[in-house]
Design a protein around this ligand. Structure first.
Ligand code: CTP
Length: 421
């Protein structure tokens, strides 16, 4: 059960008599080292009290879309989850989930996630065998939802038949095998992929006290790292802001300070990456000399001579690994499309994510962003103002699509010729 350590699991509990067994599942998940966030429906609370889950789980039980401090609890839970398990799942939950009806916090959370989902149905045999229920389960399974159980056995009221909630041990085993033992999420659409992402603004020292920096907060890069890990990728996040980097399994955080540090870290890990996302704001210039001790006013106005740093992304473009997708970022204040297109071409990369940092709510320091995505084959898409996590998912969608479907970038990079793989 090592795969569960540190994993964020939303435990959805719906209104069936088997809800009491979800308490056992909750306890076992916590014992295995997972961070468990329970979400109960109104029906579930008729069978068991939320106080029981509050006492056992890692955070307070949520029961409504409206009673949490966070303004959008379903996205907080859905986006932050490594896995969602619904235990037990009623016939109603199966129907709602199948058709996308998000009438309560649990179904809304299921709609707001890209994490793998495990559903454990439990109901009376007659209900379980209804063609409508069977069809809903089959459709969910086809969409990639893992269905665990139900087992055959004793049911409420003394009946015996199919419909009994799967044994908590089997539910745990299913979750464990989906989350994999190597820090990756086996069920996500990026399972098996390696992603290298950079974040934050580099700092170029002038003296031991002062540096030349920029306004990048690292939030967009960190959102990319977090979203890629939630989708099953193994992520390396090279960041100048390690203190605010996502702390979750599947992400190795590498803290750096200068452009040279970032270059060394990126070059050391780029070869094996399937997708490289250069979201960091890397200094283009650094002081030629770094004073050994603090510059003092009394010594007069210093003249700081600057020299160019390496363009890490352009270097990656020149020495790319076969089949790798290289994504650059461009923070602009004017001529967004034109500047982005010229960077895309000059750096020999596959995609560029450009934003107009002079627009309200966009870029540096904000939790929101609005971007223009351009690819080297002339494709373009706009992501209007939204959360950085949504932008991250849109960027990853495009990068994954390119990885699987795009013309071979490696051999013909920069020539504009397409070679179909
Ligand atoms: N980049 C890099 N190494 C550098 C500078 C930038 O890898 N030394 C990467 C950034 O991470 C980003 C992209 O290149 O993905 C930004 O392109 P760039 O043309 O360098 O942008 P600016 O530095 O903003 O350039 P300019 O001042 O010309 O707009």
């Amino acid at each position: 059960m090592g795969a569960l350590v540190g994993r964020r699991i939303v435990l959805g509990v719906t209104g069936g008599i088997a809800a009491y067994k979800a308490i056992e599942v909750c306890r076992r998940l916590v014992d295995a080292g997972a961070h468990v966030a329970p979400v109960m429906t109104g029906g579930a609370m008729r069978f068991v009290g939320r106080a029981t889950f509050d006492a056992l789980a890692s955070e307070p039980t949520q029961v409504s879309l409206w009673d949490e401090e966070h303004p959008v609890p379903h996205t907080r839970l859905g986006q932050g989850a490594d896995l969602i398990v619904v235990c037990p799942a009623t016939a109603r939950l199966l129907a709602d989930y199948r058709i996308g009806r998000s009438g309560d916090l649990l179904t809304a959370t299921l709609m707001a996630t890209r994490a793998p989902v495990v559903v454990c149905p439990a109901m009376h045999t007659e209900m379980w065998e209804q063609p409508s229920v069977q069809e809903n389960v089959a459709v969910l399974a086809e969409r990639g939802v893992t269905i665990v159980g139900p087992d055959h056995g004793r049911l409420a009221g003394g009946d015996v038949g199919a419909g009994r909630l799967a044994d908590p041990v089997d539910i745990l085993a299913a979750i464990d095998s989906i989350l994999g033992g190597d820090g990756s999420v086996a069920g996500g659409d990026m399972a098996g992929l390696e992603v290298l992402v950079t974040a934050g603004g580099t700092r170029e020292p002038i003296c031991p006290v002062r540096y030349i920096g920029n306004r990048s907060s690292g939030k967009q890069g960190h959102a990319l790292a977090s979203a890629a890990a939630a989708r099953g990728a193994k992520v390396r996040c090279v960041t100048t802001r390690p203190e605010t980097a996502p702390d979750r399994l599947g992400i190795e955080v590498i803290g750096v300070e200068t452009a040279a540090d970032m270059e060394a870290a990126v070059m050391g890990h780029a070869a094996s990456a399937d997708i490289v996302l250069m979201a960091a704001a890397v200094a283009d210039f650094r002081p030629v000399e770094v004073a050994g001790s603090k510059l003092k006013k009394a010594d007069g106005t210093p003249e700081i001579r600057l020299e160019r740093t390496t363009d890490i992304l352009a270097q990656l473009g020149e020495n790319r690994s076969s089949g790798q997708v290289l994504v650059g970022f461009a923070a602009e204040t004017d001529d967004l499309r034109q500047n982005a297109a010229s960077k895309l071409a000059s750096k020999g990369i596959d995609m560029i994510v450009a934003n107009d940092v002079s627009a309200p709510g966009v870029g540096f320091g904000h939790d929101t962003n609005a971007v223009l995505l351009l690819d080297r084959d002339g494709g373009s898409a706009e992501v209007p103002l939204t959360g950085k996590h949504q932008v991250a998912d849109a960027v990853l969608d495009a990068a994954v699509d390119r990885l699987h479907n795009a013309p071979e970038a490696t051999a013909e990079a920069g020539t504009g010729e397409d070679v179909t793989r």
